[in-house]
Design a protein around this ligand. Structure first.
Ligand code: ATP
Ligand code: MG
Length: 168
C-alpha cells in the first residue's frame, strides 16, 4: 500500500540552536490528497512544512536529523539539488510577499525562470493567472502599477494563483 505515499518523514528531529522543535516525527503523506496539520501555536507545524523543501537550511543554527523522503528519495542527502527540489515542491505562505515591482513583473517572475522569456506566451500566461484569480477585471488596466498598491486580499489571490499556474 506504499505506492501512493509521496512524502514521508522518518524520525525527523530539528533544533533551533539548543531548542528542539521537532521530535522524532514519522509521518506518511499520500499523493493527490489534502493533508492538514493541526496543532497548537508553536507546536512545529510550519517548521515541519519548511523541512519539506529545505527552507530551514536558510535559518542559522538550525539542525536536522532523520530522513525526509520525497518520491522515495531522502531530500537531506548531500547531493540533492535544492534549487531543483524547490521547483517541484512549492510553498504558499500565509502572508503574501510581492516583489517591489509591477503587478505584471511579479506574475511573470516564475514563468520567466522556467524559460518563458516574453512575447505572447508570457503575456498569455500572465493573463491566464490573473483570470484564474478572478482579478482580471480589476487589474488588467493597471498591470504597470506596483504590486504593493494591491489590497492584501488581491495580493494573496494574485500571487497564490500565479504560483499554481507557473508550476502547472
Ligand atoms: N527561526 C526560528 N528560530 C528559532 N526558533 C524558532 C524559529 N522558528 C520557529 N521557532 C520556534 O519553534 C517552535 C515551532 O514553531 P513553528 O513556527 O513551527 O510553530 P507553528 O506550529 O507553525 O505555530 P503557529 O500555529 O503559531 O503558526 C516555536 O517554539 C517557535 O518559537
Ligand atoms: Mg505556523
Amino acid at each position: 500500500m506504499n505506492e501512493d505515499i509521496k512524502i514521508e518523514s522518518r524520525d525527523l528531529n530539528l533544533w533551533y540552536g539548543e531548542m528542539q522543535a521537532l521530535k522524532n516525527v514519522t509521518i506518511a503523506i499520500p499523493e493527490n490528497k489534502v493533508t492538514a496539520m493541526i496543532g497548537p501555536s508553536g507546536c512545529g507545524k510550519s517548521t515541519f512544512i519548511r523541512c519539506i523543501n529545505r527552507m530551514n537550511d536558510l535559518i542559522k543554527n538550525c539542525r536536522v536529523t532523520g530522513e525526509l523522503l520525497f518520491g522515495g528519495r531522502n531530500i537531506y542527502d548531500r547531493d540533492v539539488d535544492v534549487v531543483a527540489l524547490r521547483k517541484s515542491i512549492g510553498m504558499v505562505f500565509q502572508k503574501p510577499n510581492p516583489f517591489p515591482m509591477s503587478i505584471y513583473e511579479n506574475i511573470a517572475y516564475g514563468p520567466r525562470i522556467h524559460g518563458i522569456c516574453g512575447g505572447d506566451e508570457l503575456d498569455g500566461t500572465v493573463e491566464a493567472s490573473i483570470r484564474a484569480a478572478a482579478l482580471w477585471d480589476e487589474v488588467s488596466g493597471i498591470l504597470d502599477r506596483s504590486a504593493l498598491d494591491l489590497s492584501g486580499g488581491q495580493q494573496l489571490a494574485a500571487l497564490h494563483r500565479t504560483n499554481a499556474c507557473s508550476k502547472a
